[in-house]
Design a protein around this ligand. Structure first.
Ligand code: COA
Length: 200
């Protein structure tokens, strides 16, 4: 009989290891209270969220929209809506936050990542919080959850392209990571955050 200790071990070592199941999957839900008492629910964005995204764009200020999309945007095209909501949750994933309570489902913020196809340990991210919900700690919470979802998937660095004049975002990323790097020097700069240094 073959020695299971030797050959069995070799077979196991050669077998591709399955990654443990991700916590941040389509069934993941989280509810929490901001310091001001507002209750928030978070989950992954799904294809049926198109109308919520359209409403969020309609109700956001021109400045928030410009800072998020780096262009003037009044509405999404059908293909943009598909791009923003039809995600594989591995290389493209987004976390949505909504206020709990009231008569309608009110989008409060969204954070998304897109994995770099050349360096799979890196992702480009974008975050936007509804104007009336800003400065209440929601952006930090969305970032933290996005970072945890990223680490589960082997992503270790976030890049976020912002307007060089977007002081709120520069402060936001520097608050998250005092060693965050500002890369570039034109109208657009990239904030680079090392997730391993900060969150592991
Ligand atoms: C950047 C953004 C996501 C921050 O979200 P937020 O929920 O307001 O952030 P938080 O309340 O979690 O703030 C965390 C920290 O960031 C910093 N910060 C956030 N907004 C700031 C502002 N307007 N001015 C100065 N510092 C700010 C502060 O240090 C803050 O901590 P503090 O409130 O205890 O001082 C939000 O301003 C936004 O949606 N902006 C428009 C879109 C955008 O620029 N996205 C980034 C590029 S994709």
């Amino acid at each position: 009989m073959l020695g299971a200790g030797v050959f069995g071990g070799l077979i196991l070592a050669a077998w591709p290891r399955r990654r443990p199941a991700c916590v941040y999957n389509p069934r993941w839900r989280e509810t929490f209270r901001l310091e001001d008492g507002t209750w928030i629910a978070m989950r992954l964005i799904r294809p049926s969220d198109k109308a919520i995204l359209e409403r969020a764009l309609r109700t956001a200020s021109a400045q928030t929209v410009y800072q998020r999309f780096l262009t003037v945007k009044k509405r999404f095209t059908p293909s943009e809506l598909r791009y923003l909501t039809e995600l594989d949750n591995e290389n493209r994933l987004a976390i949505g936050a909504a206020r709990i309570g009231g008569s309608t489902f009110e989008g409060a913020g969204i954070a998304r990542l897109t994995r770099d196809p050349i360096d799979p340990t890196r992702a480009e991210i974008a975050i936007a919080v509804a104007d009336h919900m800003q400065r209440r700690g929601l952006g930090i919470r969305l970032f933290e959850r996005l970072a945890q979802a990223a680490l589960e998937r082997g992503i270790r660095t976030f890049d976020c392209t912002i307007l060089a004049t977007n002081d709120a975002s520069i402060r936001f990323f520097t608050r998250l990571d005092p060693q965050a790097k500002v890369i570039g020097a034109g109208n657009l700069v990239t904030m680079r955050v090392d997730l391993v240094r900060n969150l592991v």
